[in-house]
Write a protein that binds this ligand. Sequence first.
Ligand SMILES: Cc1cc2nc3c(=O)[nH]c(=O)nc-3n(C[C@H](O)[C@H](O)[C@H](O)COP(=O)(O)OP(=O)(O)OC[C@H]3O[C@@H](n4cnc5c(N)ncnc54)[C@H](O)[C@@H]3O)c2cc1C
Length: 369
Amino acid sequence: MKSKSELRIAIIGGGIGGASAANALKAKGIRADVYEQAPILKEVGAGIGVRPPSVNCFKKWGLYEELEKVTARSNLMEIIQGDDQVLIRETWPVLTGDEADAYARLIHRADLLDLLVAHIPEDQLHLNHCLTEIIDHGNYVEVKFENGKTIEADIVIAADGIRSLVRNQVLGHVEPVYSGYLAHRVLIPFEEALGMASEENVLRIYVNGDDSFYLLPLESRRQVSVDITVPGEFALRPVLTKEQIMDSFRGFGPTLQKIVENIKLEDIVTRPLSDLEPLSKWSTNTVTLVGDAAHAMLHNQGQGANMAIQDAEVLAEAIAEAVAGTITPAESLQNYEEQRKPITKLYQELSRLFPTDQAKTAFPEKTHF
Ligand SMILES: Cc1cc2nc3c(=O)[nH]c(=O)nc-3n(C[C@H](O)[C@H](O)[C@H](O)COP(=O)(O)OP(=O)(O)OC[C@H]3O[C@@H](n4cnc5c(N)ncnc54)[C@H](O)[C@@H]3O)c2cc1C
């Protein structure tokens, strides 16, 4: 499709937020160039639930059929005390009359990113481009990369994650807030979940005191995404022994402990869990933030990627108005920010609650959106 946009749009970061923004703009016939520091685009980590409002975005981007192919439909999530006492058993919210909208779609983050990246035109994806400096001239932006290249853009979309350099240089430095928790994450074959993961694609969260143990089935891979969250000392890349990991959740039942005993230490990725305080400002006249750069949140609501996907659609709709000439580019960024900020702020706050404190708020979409 020929682009109808004369605006030069640069997206910094090719994660789920940046790749979503590129697809959302493409669906509206607007060209955007994506600049990513890594030599290849790949996600690490875990399984996620693509929630119904995000599924709707994929429909708008013409990617619904493909999403359906690589995801499994989940109609429930459970929070379980110990090995078997179910505290919460809740369906995902139905937001429309369409029965297909009653499900979240479970997928590995890597598979979701692959799907999004596959639809970014090759000439618009620039790998090995690590932004080092951004100068906001008020009506255009200059962006410098480590590889010596400099570009100019009319709009810069910062999708460069929780430690966003764009945000820090243009809107002021913001330091992430450490939650006091570490997450140990690993993918295991389905059989090694020893019957604790659901065959019916139910997301199960086992809880014990301050600790939680997520088992998210990934049907198409016959794997289970394991995410164990426990209190721990901050380190950017924590290195723990197997004994330290086992010690940190001794209170869980014997079957959950057996699952971890069977996991190879080198397969476990441990990360500190940090978020941002809600920011007062996301945009200048030419630069705006999406995804974790704007509103990184803890994983307790499973909303980080979902918010990035939904940001992308709202931003693309706003930029489409600027392209049509009904508002200025600066107004489009402002409108996007005003629309998204209250929602993401709410999720940032809810995501700081531990799963068991979320009984009434497990699905804010049911009451808020
Ligand atoms: C293990 C795990 C499980 C999760 N589970 C869920 C879930 O169930 N549901 C959910 O909704 N969310 C979940 N999340 C959160 C979700 O994945 C993130 O919120 C989401 O990926 C944020 O996307 P992003 O594109 O904004 O940022 P990121 O994914 O951090 O991407 C930023 C990109 O910018 C690039 N970049 C950074 N700096 C520069 C630079 N200077 N120049 C160029 N490029 C740069 C990076 O290389 C990266 O590719 C999970 C996260 C993790 C880690």
